[in-house]
Design a protein around this ligand. Structure first.
Ligand code: ATP
Length: 266
């Protein structure tokens, strides 16, 4: 029960803010392992394309490569969305960057200041990580299904900040007011619906300019780390139409694809 939560998650409030007919079927859970794990399981079965699961307490929230996403009841927003792309559409490369643009559009629409995107999947403001995006895909019979997981810190309780090995931030620090989580979720879902519609027509190519306008490391020296190989250093000069990072290195411009790599500021 959400007895200590002043702003409890409520599916009807989110649907009402989305307008009727709601483009999504929203399920609010008090506890689960991970909303993405749950929807990935449904993606393998017959889960509906418009399913959204939002959960107050995740026991095993996930980031990329088995890393954890931490959240606190009442202070975080963690949800996932299952989306089936039309048959025949190419694999949705760059979708996690396009989702970043959608999150930034929604947050800016709610007066958040200085939202930046860190390749490939982080939402930053003032250099601190406010949120993360995890896109996982399942392909079957020539049709691609994405589960888009999003975790955002509305507030950042000390126990979470202390447990994280990176500089974390919170939305309340960059917004003029503490947002209602139900309204925040509705605005994020509206932005996701618009992004997915655009993405089906243009792929990530249609989002490159908007992504670059918010690139946290534009023109900066960065290093790219992957397990078992020396880091690659270079200047962050852009992103390609498929979401690959363009890194100007001593040996020329290299394309870095996201998979198993992490970007660090030099
Ligand atoms: P990086 O972008 O630093 O390479 P990543 O993309 O591999 O990280 P993510 O998938 O974005 O990692 O998220 C997992 C990581 O995010 C964790 O290892 C931790 O460092 C950090 N993290 C976990 N929970 C939070 C949170 N609530 N707020 C900010 N950062 C978090």
């Amino acid at each position: 029960m959400n007895i200590n939560i002043v702003d409890p998650l409520n599916a009807e409030m989110v649907s009402a803010a989305l307008g009727f007919p709601s483009p999504f079927r929203i399920e609010v859970l008090d506890t689960c392992e991970s909303t993405s794990t749950l929807l990935l399981d449904r993606a393998h079965k017959d889960g509906r394309s418009d399913s959204v699961v939002v959960c107050e307490r995740q026991s095993a929230g996930r980031g990329r490569r088995g890393r954890s996403w931490l959240s606190a009841p009442g202070d975080s927003l963690t949800f996932s969305l299952l989306w089936r792309f039309p048959a025949g559409m190419p694999p949705p490369t760059g979708l996690s960057l396009a989702a970043g643009v959608a999150v930034a559009r929604a947050l800016e629409g709610m007066e958040a200041a200085g939202v930046r995107l860190k390749w490939p999947n982080d939402i930053l403001a003032d250099g601190a990580k406010l949120g993360g995006i995890l896109v996982e895909t399942v392909s079957s019979g020539g049709r691609h299904t994405a589960v888009i997981g999003i975790g955002l810190n509305v507030r950042l309780p000390r126990e979470i900040a202390d447990a994280i090995d990176t500089e974390a931030g919170a939305l309340v620090s960059v917004m003029p007011y503490a947002p209602s989580r139900n309204l925040l979720l509705a605005n994020l879902l509206k932005a996701m619906a618009a992004m997915l519609d655009e993405f089906e027509h243009t792929g990530f190519a249609g989002f490159v300019e908007e992504w670059l306008a918010r690139n946290a490391h534009a023109g900066q020296l960065v290093s790219i780390h992957a397990e078992g190989v020396p880091p690659v250093e270079g200047r962050c000069v852009g992103v390609d139409a498929d979401g690959a990072l363009l890194l100007d290195t001593a040996t020329g411009v290299r394309r870095i694809v996201s998979g198993e790599v992490s970007l660090r500021k030099k």
